[in-house]
Design a protein around this ligand. Structure first.
Ligand SMILES: Cc1cc2nc3c(=O)[nH]c(=O)nc-3n(C[C@H](O)[C@H](O)[C@H](O)COP(=O)(O)OP(=O)(O)OC[C@H]3O[C@@H](n4cnc5c(N)ncnc54)[C@H](O)[C@@H]3O)c2cc1C
Length: 389
């Protein structure tokens, strides 16, 4: 496989690097009250540069980048440790709106998503409908100019910040559970909506329950046709699953891990000298290299005009497993330095600092194999689509 970049591509890579280096300021964690403002401020910078929505068609404000340029951009972002844009507006609902929405909806919502005026969240999952999403039971009863929505959504990331939520709702009972589902855009300020926080195992608040009690939603907020929402929902999930390999992010994390593991304590020893640690590290590096080449093959086929198929499930499974394996090593590293010889205060402080950082990432990281469609479900997709089982 020829993976050499052209001179234009290399010039583009330098431009991306320079922009990130000069414009990006680290965004504080989600427990910080400034988190939303900081993310919006960064997205507005990307928007001003014309880079906030590389995946959109140019007529709506996307870039006209080639597949290779998109690949370079994502790689540089990951290597620089810059968080991806919040996906719910830019990467999830926007493609549904520009593909299936009417002209009024496109004119009303897309510019505000592009400029980060509106923060969106995703109302798909319910207490009885996660992997089996079509089992959802939140109802929307047609009543003249409005739908009346009643029900409960769960695991709604960043609902506490959101101006809008896109929801799958049941508008009728079909022969199959996939029938009778509709796709509604709902203003979070509408009376009858309650957001209840869920604090996750890392002690942070990004998840929520969203309750709907006789919420009036104008029928003009329906995307496409009533009862055809499953088609639009599936299109959105395909967008959600691409880009979950996170090769560049994992590469950066591995480099940092190796650097940290090289610090000497315990009478001149460092963790990088430990044969068991070395073995685990090289296992992960090999897996990551294999994933990188798989991702490049997917990009090469997209550059040749192909569409990502079940490969995106493969990238999601391996990408999340590798991230979790690195997070486990980060914790082991913290334990190694934290348990340094008595009296080695510097090493213990190092262990403490590493542990503080690694613990939160490890704990939230458990969720990566669940959200965006669990890895077990992705394996089912591969079994059906590739193995024909
Ligand atoms: C951090 C986080 C953020 C999230 N953010 C959002 C959000 O913003 N909006 C939103 O709508 N949802 C969100 N979700 C929900 C997420 O999409 C669901 O958790 C996911 O789809 C799994 O559904 P479930 O939790 O109901 O688990 P279940 O579907 O009940 O699954 C439980 C277990 O059974 C396994 N399983 C289920 N079915 C099968 C099968 N057919 N074959 C083999 N194994 C199976 C699963 O893999 C899993 O291990 C989020 C979840 C997490 C953890």
């Amino acid at each position: 496989m020829d993976i050499k970049f052209s001179a234009e591509d290399l010039a583009f890579r330098d431009e991306v690097r320079d922009f990130f280096a000069s414009e990006y300021k680290e965004v504080a964690g989600i427990e910080s009250s400034d988190y939303k403002a900081a993310i919006i401020s960064w997205q507005k910078k990307l928007h001003a540069k014309g880079w906030v929505a590389p995946g959109w068609p140019t007529e709506y404000g996307g870039t006209d980048w080639t597949v290779t340029q998109k690949f370079i951009y994502e790689t540089e972002r990951g290597l620089a440790g810059i968080p991806d844009v919040v996906p719910f507006g830019l990467k999830m609902v926007a493609p549904v709106i520009y593909t299936f929405g009417n002209e009024e909806q496109k004119a009303r919502f897309l510019p505000r998503i592009l400029s980060s005026e509106d923060w969106w969240c995703q109302g798909y999952s319910e207490p009885g409908a996660g992997s089996d999403l079509a089992a959802l039971s939140t109802t929307a009863d047609y009543a003249g100019d409005n739908y009346i929505v009643n029900g409960r959504k769960i695991w709604t990331t960043f609902a506490q910040y959101a101006d809008w939520i896109f929801c799958l709702v049941r508008t009728s009972k079909g022969m199959r559970k996939q029938q009778g589902i509709s796709f509604l855009l709902i203003d979070m300020k509408t009376p009858g909506i309650t957001v209840k926080p869920i604090v996750s195992i890392d002690g942070k608040h990004s998840l929520n329950e969203v309750l709907f009690e006789d919420v009036l939603v104008p029928t003009e907020n329906l995307i496409g046709e009533q009862d055809k929402g499953w088609t639009y929902a599936k299109a959105l999930l395909a967008h959600e699953r691409t880009g979950m390999a996170e090769v560049a992010d994992s590469t950066r994390m591995l480099d940092a891990l190796k650097q940290r593991a090289s610090v000497e304590v315990n009478g001149g020893k460092s963790m990088i000298d430990d044969p068991v640690f070395q073995m685990r590290l090289s296992d992960i590096e090999m897996e990551l290299m294999a994933l990188e080449y798989t991702e490049l093959r997917v990009f090469a086929s997209m550059a040749a005009g192909g569409m990502p198929g079940p490969e995106s499930s493969l990238l999601k499974i391996k990408g999340t497993e590798i991230t979790q394996a690195i997070q486990e090593l980060q914790l082991q590293l913290a334990a190694y330095y934290g348990g340094a010889l008595p009296g080695d205060v510097d090493a213990q402080q190092l262990g403490h600092d590493y542990a503080f950082e690694a613990r939160g990432k490890y704990m939230y990281g458990r969720a990566a194999t669940i959200y965006g469609g669990s890895n077990e479900v992705q394996r089912n997709v591969i079994a059906k689509a590739v193995l024909g089982l």
